[in-house]
Design a protein. Sequence first.
Length: 171
Amino acid sequence: MLWIIERGVTMKANSFIGNAIVVSALSLSPFVANAGSVPGWEIKLNAAQGSAGINMYLGQRVDATDGIDGYYDVPAFTSDGFDAHLSLEGGRYWRDIRQYRQGSTKTWRIEIQPDGSGPVSLRWKPADIPPNVTVLLVDTVSGTIIDMKQDSEYEVQPDTTRELRIEAVTR
């Protein structure tokens, strides 16, 4: 087992696939772990291809910014094969928390790079989305729009790198 410390975030890597590290758990700083008392929301997205999986987290908190927060945002490692990450200010992230304001609209970009071996499944729990938030997944290539409260997964074909958008409207 390999423990990786980067910018105050501890990550446990259980295995390697080619040059990619598979991270199975994130243990965030105690400050982030206690963020549940701060108004906002957060959902986990799992991108999986074959036996490889990558977890990404997005959401909003009142004390976050729409830019890079060392407190909430977690940088992602690079990968030559299958890869999935949130894109923020030209960087790659596994966690991106934006500022929470009632009546606001936020957009996250997800980049998915299949390794060609099969489709990539993106899964989430609709129950993690609060009642006052509408969250849509938009496939920028196919034009498909998914209401993430109504569906719990989306499949990306292995033909090319794909950009997806997550759009959240807080009422």
